[in-house]
Design a protein around this ligand. Structure first.
Ligand SMILES: Cc1cc2nc3c(=O)[nH]c(=O)nc-3n(C[C@H](O)[C@H](O)[C@H](O)COP(=O)(O)OP(=O)(O)OC[C@H]3O[C@@H](n4cnc5c(N)ncnc54)[C@H](O)[C@@H]3O)c2cc1C
Length: 388
C-alpha cells in the first residue's frame, strides 16, 4: 500500500475540491436551513463522474478504486457532508445495480444512474428490523414472470425524490433468515409504492428521509439483482463500500472543522493574545489532527482491502467505519469547543458539520454492530492472526 497519492489521485482530489468549493460550499447552509435536496448539483456531480465512481466504464462509471472514491468523498463532505453522504449512498446503489443487474436492467438504468440523471435509494431498514436486518419482513412472491412486493421500509435516504429503489425483500421463509432474502431494483413510480412524510431530523437536511410502503407492487422478474437468496450478501457487499464512503464523509467534515478552527485560533483574541497562543488549545488541536490522520489511514487501509479483495475486507471496513465516524464526530465537537459560543451559532458552519456527522455513528450499521462484526471475527479461530 502506497501512502502517497498518485498523480491521478491528486487530480481527482483537486477536481473534487474545486467542485465542492464552487458548487457545494456556498449553498450548504441554505440547503440545510431550507431542507433543499440539490438535484441540479447532484447532476453536475454526475457530469464529473462522481455519481458512479466505482462502477465499471462499460456501465458509464469512472472505474475508480474504493480508495480513489474515498478521496473524492472526503473533499465533497468538507463542503456539505449531508449532500456528500447522499452521493455516497447513490454510488453504493449504482454499483449494486451495475454489478448484479441483468443486462436488460443495466441497459435501462446503468447510464442514467452513473451519470446522475436518475437517482437511487438503498432500502434495507424496516420499522421492526434495523440492526437485525436479516430478520426483515417485506416479501417478494413469484407470480408468473413477475414478483409481487408487499411490506414497508423505514428511514430511506432520498426516498420520494429518487427514481430507483434498491430493495431487499424476502423470497424465502422467515425461518431461512438472511438466506431467504433477495435484492430488487424497483422504479419509484411503480403502482403500489407510497412514501411517508419527510422526517424532521437533527441533520442530513439536504436529503429527504422517508418511510416507504409497498402494496402489491408488481415488477418484472428481470428486476431481481443476482439470484434469489443472494440479496443479503449483495446488501452487505454494498455496505462494505458504503461504510468506507460514510467514514470518508466523516473525515472530510472533520477536516473542514479543523481548517475553520485553525483560522479562528489565529483570529480570536482573549486575555490579550490569540487563542493559538494558549498551550491547552494548541494541544487540543494537536490531538484532533493526530486522531484524524489515524482515522484517514485506517479508512484507506480498509478501502485497499476491498480493492485487493482481501478475505478480511468486511472486518476492516467495520473497524474503519466505527473508528472514523467516532473520531469524525469528536473532532467536530472539539472544533465547536475551540470556537466558544460562536461555534454554537448557525452563523458559523461548525454546528452544521456537528449535526450532520452524528448520524454516521448510527446508520449503515450502528457502531455497536461494527463492534459485533469485529469481535466475532477476532474471537473466531485464527482471528488474532487475521486481524492485526
Ligand atoms: C438519517 C438516517 C438515514 C438513514 N438512511 C437509511 C437508508 O438510506 N437505507 C436504509 O436501509 N436504512 C437507513 N437508515 C437506517 C439505519 O441504518 C438504522 O437506523 C440503523 O441500522 C439502526 O437501526 P435502528 O434505528 O432500528 O436501531 P436498533 O437496531 O433498534 O438499535 C437500537 C440500539 O441498540 C443497539 N443494538 C442493536 N442490536 C445490538 C446488538 N446485537 N449488540 C449491541 N447493540 C445493539 C444499536 O446499536 C442501537 O444503539 C437511516 C437512518 C437514519 C437515522
Amino acid at each position: 500500500m502506497d501512502f502517497n497519492l498518485s498523480e491521478e489521485q491528486l487530480a481527482f482530489q483537486y477536481a473534487a475540491r474545486d467542485f465542492a468549493s464552487g458548487e457545494m460550499a456556498p449553498h450548504a447552509a441554505q440547503w440545510d436551513e431550507d431542507k433543499i435536496f440539490p438535484v441540479e448539483t447532484l447532476r453536475a456531480a454526475g457530469a464529473l463522474g462522481f455519481m458512479g465512481m466505482y462502477c465499471d466504464s462499460n456501465s458509464g462509471g469512472l472505474g475508480l478504486s474504493r480508495m480513489d472514491a474515498s478521496i473524492v468523498l472526503e473533499e465533497l463532505a468538507a463542503a456539505c457532508s449531508s449532500t456528500a453522504a447522499y452521493i455516497s449512498i447513490h454510488n453504493m446503489c449504482a454499483w449494486m445495480l451495475t454489478k448484479w443487474g441483468a443486462d436488460s436492467l443495466k441497459a435501462e438504468w446503468a447510464e442514467p444512474l452513473t451519470s446522475g440523471n436518475k437517482l437511487a435509494s438503498y432500502c434495507l431498514t424496516e420499522p421492526g428490523a434495523g440492526s437485525d436486518a436479516g430478520n426483515l419482513r417485506t416479501s417478494a412472491k413469484r407470480d408468473g414472470d413477475s414478483y409481487i412486493i408487499d411490506g414497508a421500509k423505514a428511514f430511506i435516504s432520498g426516498a420520494g425524490a429518487t427514481d430507483l429503489l434498491v430493495v431487499m425483500a424476502r423470497t424465502g421463509s422467515a425461518e431461512q433468515g438472511a438466506a431467504g432474502i433477495s435484492a430488487f431494483a424497483i422504479p419509484s413510480n411503480t403502482p403500489g409504492v407510497a412514501f411517508g412524510k419527510n422526517e424532521v431530523k437533527m441533520g442530513w437536511n439536504s436529503q429527504p428521509t422517508r418511510a416507504i410502503s409497498f402494496d402489491s407492487v408488481r415488477i418484472p422478474q428481470g428486476y431481481l439483482l443476482g439470484e434469489e437468496g443472494e440479496g443479503f450478501k449483495i446488501a452487505m457487499q454494498g455496505l462494505d463500500g458504503g461504510r468506507i464512503n460514510i467514514a470518508s464523509c466523516s473525515i472530510g467534515a472533520a477536516q473542514a472543522t479543523i481548517n475553520h478552527a485553525q483560522a479562528y485560533m489565529h483570529e480570536r483574541v482573549q486575555f490579550g493574545k490569540p487563542l493559538a497562543e494558549f498551550q491547552a488549545l494548541q494541544f487540543k488541536l494537536a490531538d484532533m489532527v493526530t486522531e484524524l490522520v489515524a482515522a484517514r489511514q485506517m479508512v484507506r487501509l480498509a478501502a485497499f482491502k476491498i480493492d485487493s479483495n482481501d478475505p478480511e475486507k468486511s472486518t476492516y471496513c467495520a473497524m474503519a467505519k466505527r473508528f472514523a465516524t467516532d473520531v469524525g464526530f469528536e473532532v467536530c465537537n472539539q472544533a465547536m469547543q475551540l470556537h466558544g459560543g460562536y461555534g454554537y451559532l448557525r452563523e458559523y458552519p461548525i454546528e452544521r458539520f456537528f449535526r450532520d456527522v452524528r448520524v454516521h455513528q448510527i446508520l449503515e450499521g450502528t457502531n455497536e454492530v461494527m463492534r459485533v462484526i469485529t469481535s466475532r471475527r477476532v474471537l473466531a479461530e485464527g482471528g488474532t492472526d487475521a486481524i492485526r
